[in-house]
Design a protein around this ligand. Sequence first.
Ligand code: HEC
Length: 111
Amino acid sequence: MLLFAALHAQVKHKAKPKPPGIAASIAKGKDVYMQTCVTCHQVDGGGVQNMNPPLIKTTYVLGDKTKLITIVLNGFNERVEIEGNTYSNVMPSHDFFERPGYCQCFNLCAQ
Ligand code: HEC
């Protein structure tokens, strides 16, 4: 509960106004992220150069949502170039995810 309150306070400090409910969604996304994605994409979403790509503000995260959801659910195994680095590691599928879980994650990454 304390963690939630801290996150909430952080989100409130951002200048851009967010739609109602998004702060709570982002806070839940952080839980999911910390359990599932953090090992590869790191705490700040910055990734590991040439191994696991960054998630923060990549065209994948900010772009086509269908593609984004497909990546997370089915995994991803293509050689891709993101911000000048090449990534060809395999991202496993996360098809055990419930819809709210990954949506919350993306709200977190896109902020
Ligand atoms: C086992 C390590 C691993 C885990 C766990 C993992 N990923 Fe990934 N992820 C990768 C790798 C490696 C790639 C690049 C795959 C490629 O090049 O084909 C990737 C690519 C991506 C991409 C597309 C590229 C980008 O930078 O936008 C997204 C979005 C993404 N992951 C989101 C997630 C989310 C959300 C989770 C948690 C639910 C997660 N990943 C968990 C390793 C991982």
